[in-house]
Ligand binder design. Structure first.
Ligand SMILES: [Zn+2]
Length: 86
């Protein structure tokens, strides 16, 4: 079973919805992960999770040694705004 391939990526439609397959609940948490086999060490993939599934997704990543960080969704990383250029 390779759930990672079945999950939606960072497609625009999935941006604020839980990444758990089949879940349409608004996400409250983001899980940052990295797969050393396919990603460079500094790369971070992000899954979004609702309150119900954050623990499930974190356990999934932890089991595979992919989990790096869990943070609230509103602590959004690197959002590109025109103002940031100044
Ligand atoms: Zn969910």
């Amino acid at each position: 079973m390779n759930l990672i391939d079945m999950l939606p990526g960072q497609g625009p439609a999935a941006e604020t919805v839980c990444s758990r397959k089949g879940c349409r609940t608004a996400a409250t948490t983001q899980l940052l992960w990295n797969n050393p086999k396919i990603h460079t060490p500094e790369r971070r993939k992000i899954w979004l999770a609702c309150d119900e599934h954050v623990q499930w997704l974190q356990d999934y990543l932890n089991t595979r040694d992919l989990w790096r960080e869990t943070r609230p969704l509103d602590a959004a990383p690197a959002r590109n705004t025109p103002e940031a250029l100044g």
